[in-house]
Design a binder for this molecule. Sequence first.
Ligand code: HEC
Length: 230
Amino acid sequence: MNSIRTLGAMAVAAVAAGSLWAIARPAVAAEGDRFATRTVWACDHRKQVVVEGFAPDQKLPPAKAQQVASLLQDLMRFCNEEVTARVATDERVKLSVNGLPFVEYVPGGPLPHELVVGKSEVTDRDRAIWKAELDKLVKEGDRLFHSDEIGTNGIACAMCHPNAANTHPETYPKFQLEMKKVALLRDMVNWCIQNPLEGAKLADDDPRLKALEAYILASRKGVALDAGKH
Ligand code: HEC
C-alpha cells in the first residue's frame, strides 16, 4: 500500500514536472527572442533602426513597420550623421549619434543635449564630386548613344535620334503599342537596341543601360514629367 502510494506520488510529481517543463519551454524561447534584433536601414545608409524582439529575417507586422519607417524619417533631421536607433520591445527608443553612447529619445521631440550636432552642410566640394560622377555616367551614355558597339549592324542611336531627339523620356512609363504593354524608358531603349541596331537586349543592371538612360534623361533636364503622354 505504502509503495503504491509512493509510486502514485512519484507519478503526480512527474506529471507536475512535465507540465512545468511544458510551460517553461516557450518562456525560455521568448527570453531568447528578446535578444533577437532586426536592423532596418534608411536609404542614405547612415541611419539604422535596430528593432529588438525580432529575428534578423522576421517580417515586421504593419504597426511595427510603420513605427520603424516613421522613426527613420524623423532621424533624417540628423542629415549626414551616422545614427543608430534601438527600439525596445516596450517601444522606448534610444539613439546613438556618430558612435557616441545611447541616450533616451522621444521621436519628434526636442533633442537631448547629448544628441545636438553641428549643422552639417553640403559643401561645394561635395557638389563638385557629385556632379563629376553624374557627368561621367552621362558622358559614357553619350558615347554609347553615338557608337555602333551595342548593335551588330553598324547603326547607332544618334543616327535616328540626333542629340537624343524624339526619345521623350519624360513620357515614360507609358503604354507602348509595339510591345502591347506599359513600358519603362529602359524597355524602349532595349527595344531600339534589338530592332534597328540588331543588338542583344541589355540586363536591367547593365552599366551600359544605366549610362544610356542617364544620357537620355539628362538631355531633357527641366522638362516636366508627363507619364503616359502620347
Ligand atoms: C532606325 C532609326 C532608329 C534608331 C537607330 C534608334 N531608334 Fe529609337 N526610335 C525610332 C523610332 C522610329 C521610334 C518611335 C518614335 C515614336 O514612337 O515616336 C523610336 C523610339 C525611341 C524611344 C521612345 C520615344 C518615344 O517618344 O516614346 C526611345 C527612348 C528610343 N527610341 C531610344 C533609342 C535608343 C537608345 C537607340 C539606340 C540603342 C535608338 N532609339 C535607336 C527609331 C530609331
